[in-house]
Design a protein around this ligand. Structure first.
Ligand code: ZN
Length: 325
């Protein structure tokens, strides 16, 4: 592979990067599950949080690492994009409905294929408020009759950003950075409509009509959450009332209601729930006397549980080659 130009790396950054925190996909499959989980890169020697640089993007595009991109910048509560993830049977058909409808609104989304279904990306002319983007998309889903995962639906489309706002020090959800190597499939997944090279793909994305703030506000017209989804909102808002970020991961801050059984709290395992397992909601046991200890009785590894909660475990990232210039 030819070294990528700095301009290309810069345009990837302009299009996709909301903040310098990021996640990185494990290069090796988990010994039990065979899955490649995402981790948060470990802090440096001086405890400084790892920051994404052009070198990180280059490493991703050249296939040395695979990164996940956070959807919201907590300083502004804005994002540069929306992604619809349809990871289910007939998911692509639902994405095409959205594409058609978005085209009608004068927006050109980009369809990125994935192992199952695909991702539909909507890019913005300037970063937009996550909350307003989400209202627009949920409203569109309602009009199209497409199910949205999480709104009482086990299966359906997932919308990123997944939150209206995130607290300082928190991260929210990340999406696999496009155009990198998918570790499990060991291949790249491309956007439709352009040749399968990074240069051609980026050139294609740059020509798409982006959503402007003025247009977005016109679409939502001062509306708040559409009715069937409005129950999603108070929970998120109450999330914001929690005390400011703690450095340490506490599982009780992330799981739903718990019951006391003997020495443990018992609740639904978030990783099992992703596979629509643990219907009885009691696979995860958390030690009451020290909640740092928890265990899924179905055998989900800790990596899977943390990943399902959107709080991946921290690991050291592989050393990246400096830019070849
Ligand atoms: Zn589990």
């Amino acid at each position: 592979m030819e070294p990528l130009s700095s301009a290309l790396v810069e345009s990837y950054w302009r299009l996709f990067v909301n903040r310098q925190a990021y996640t990185v996909q494990s290069l090796r499959p988990h010994p039990q599950t065979g899955r490649h989980y995402y981790f948060r890169p470990k802090k440096g020697r001086r405890g400084a949080p790892p920051q994404m640089t052009h070198c990180t993007i280059r490493g991703h595009l050249e296939g040395e690492i695979t990164i996940g991109l956070y959807a919201i910048n907590p300083d502004t509560q804005r994002s540069k994009w929306l992604v619809l993830d349809a990871d289910y049977q007939d998911g692509t058909a639902d994405l095409l409905k959205f594409e058609y409808e978005l085209n009608g609104d004068g927006i050109q989304p980009a369809l990125e294929m994935s192992r199952r279904g695909g991702h539909l990306w909507i890019f913005f002319a300037t970063p937009l408020l996550a909350k307003q983007c989400r209202i627009y998309l949920h409203d569109l889903a309602l009009r199209l009759g497409v199910r949205v995962k999480g709104s009482g639906q086990a299966e359906g489309i997932e919308i990123f950003p997944k939150h209206d706002e995130i607290e300082p020090g928190r991260f929210g959800s990340a999406v696999r950075g496009p155009l990198g190597l998918h570790r499990a499939a060991n291949r790249r997944f491309w956007f439709c409509g352009a040749d399968h090279t990074i240069e051609a793909q980026m050139a294609h994305l740059s020509t798409l009509t982006k959503l402007t703030e003025q247009k977005l506000q016109g679409f939502i017209g001062g509306r708040e959450w559409p009715k069937p989804f409005s129950s999603l909102e108070p929970r998120r808002r109450s999330g914001l009332r929690r005390p400011p970020a703690r450095r340490e991961f506490r599982i009780l801050d992330h799981v739903g209601a718990v019951r006391v059984v003997g020495r443990n709290y018992v609740t639904r395992c978030p990783s099992c729930a992703e596979s629509r397992l643990d219907r009885s909601g009691d696979n995860l046991a958390i030690l009451i006397s020290d909640p740092r200890f928890y265990k899924c009785w179905a055998g989900c590894p800790k990596e899977a549980i943390r990943s399902a909660l959107g709080c991946p475990i921290e690991v050291s990232v592989p050393q990246l080659r400096p830019a070849a210039l």
